[in-house]
Write a protein that binds this ligand. Structure first.
Ligand code: ATP
Length: 438
């Protein structure tokens, strides 16, 4: 994990937020390569969930919503974690923190940070939503929350989207957007952060058909992760037992990845029943119902949700792609990212900075730039340049050498096999396009 964090910083994937001020707890920034990887992940999800489907519409709701939304959703009352404080060192922990020895509140309990005994308070409930104030007066009437999930924006827009897009049930609403949770034991790099992005899809179905649709999305989402090239041996389902189920859920299953720190969730599939729509109906006084055009039957749809964190998926693909290999007596670090999400698709290198090689390489760069994310590099030995692109996860390297100047061919180096092929400059775009198919 440390190696991954160090690579992420060195190559410009992820930086700590406000680093020059000592950082801000569990908030991270995405650097030049990170932002490309993140956008590619979102793009891949959006394409498969929204653009390639007739039954799912995209939308984007605002982060700030009417405060009643969070009363209706149950977040004001139940989005809480039990916490304990250490009176000695002032640190705060989740009551279920495995590092705590003994039962918090009792004399024998020991603080995992300062080691003091008997200084941990009884567990107290702590709401995970961030609050802020809207308008000029800082009083409770103007208090609003930063959303802890995108889902509620889709529920309150259920009728708007359905009517505007003329969808019939079953259909879905998908969103990508920021969410905020004042997590107490954040950590493990970008695994659990206080500000993060979600890709969530709410699928509205007829009550009674919810279980079938749950099965469908359960299969479909795992297939998506396989297609992204994630090691199947490191993927598994984790069904929620009755004690783990959220207040709104009838059934829930996580997709877990075997991270360097153990098996952990990164996507959830939830049968949320008609809980959310019914509650919004009750709290807003507006009918959020569906009328079946054939039978004229009225009902409140059930929702099957798929909820994936962008940052967690980012960590999964980075951890899964990271490898170290011995090549000619030296260690090579490679990010074997799926080509469709690699931040840079092709590195372009003149072997030396003379004899017309930089000019030809620049021309190739300009042409390929129209098709893919490409990177031009003429600094340092060719071996060093290849290694830098290996660490960035760039699938192909194109090198202009002496021979290129006489026969208009270049070498193409494959990141994974390290094989080099000579291809004519005219054929380069076709060659790469075929190999960079999603
Ligand atoms: P956890 O149990 O890890 O707190 P959760 O069950 O509360 O997660 P959901 O509410 O189901 O998570 O959110 C769906 C997805 O959003 C998660 O699978 C994860 O990928 C992402 N996510 C949730 N909380 C965070 C966070 N604090 N930081 C990064 N991603 C998060």
């Amino acid at each position: 994990m440390e190696k991954l964090v160090s690579l992420a910083k060195r190559r410009g994937f992820v930086f700590q937020s406000s680093e020059i001020y000592g950082g801000l707890g569990s908030v991270w920034d995405y650097g030049p390569l990170g932002v490309e990887l993140k956008r590619n992940l979102i793009e891949r999800w959006w394409r498969s969930v929204v653009q390639e489907r007739e039954d799912i519409e995209g939308m984007e709701s605002a982060i700030l919503m009417h405060p009643k939304v969070w009363e209706a959703s149950g977040h004001v009352a139940s989005f809480t974690d039990p916490l304990v404080d250490c009176r000695q060192c002032k640190k705060r922990f989740r009551a279920d923190d495995e590092r705590i020895k003994g039962k918090p509140g009792e004399e024998s309990a020991q603080c995992p940070v300062c080691g003091s005994k008997g200084t941990l308070t009884d567990p107290r409930m702590f709401n995970l939503m961030f609050r802020t104030f809207m308008g000029p007066v800082e009083d409770a009437a103007a208090q609003v929350f930063l959303r802890p999930e995108t889902a509620q924006g889709s529920y309150v827009n259920f009728l708007n989207v359905m009517q505007a897009s003329r969808q019939k049930i079953p259909f879905g609403i998908a969103q990508v957007g920021k969410a905020f949770r004042n997590e107490i034991t954040p950590g493990n790099f970008i695994f659990r952060t206080r500000e993060f992005e979600q890709m969530e899809m709410q699928y509205f179905v007829k009550p009674g058909e919810d279980e079938e649709w749950f099965e469908y999305w359960h299969e479909e989402r795992m297939r998506w992760h396989y297609d992204l090239g994630i090691d199947p041996d490191k993927l598994r389902y984790h069904p929620h037992g009755p004690d783990e189920l959220a207040h709104y859920a009838k059934r829930a299953e996580d997709i877990q990845y075997h991270f360097p720190f153990g098996w952990q969730e990164y996507e959830g599939i939830h049968n949320r029943t008609d809980f959310d729509l019914s509650r919004h109906q009750e709290y807003s006084g507006k009918k959020l119902q569906y009328v079946d055009p054939a039978t004229k039957e009225h009902f409140t749809p059930y929702v099957v949700e798929t909820a994936l964190g962008v940052g967690r998926l980012f960590l999964v693909v980075m951890a899964d792609a990271y490898r170290e290999e011995e090549v000619e007596g030296a260690t090579r670090i490679v990010l074997g990212l799926h080509p469709s999400i690699a931040p840079v698709k092709v590195g372009i290198f003149p072997l030396v900075k003379k004899d017309g090689m930089p000019e030809l390489a620049r021309n190739i760069y300009k042409e390929l730039q129209k098709l893919f994310a490409v990177f031009y590099d003429d600094g340092g030995s060719i071996g060093r340049r290849y290694r830098r692109q290996d660490e960035a996860g760039t699938p192909f390297g194109v090198t202009v050498d002496g021979q290129s100047m006489t026969d208009s061919t270049v070498t193409i180096r494959d990141r994974d096999t390290l094989k080099q092929e000579r291809v004519s400059v005219d054929q380069l775009a076709t060659y790469l396009t075929e190999r960079l198919q999603p």
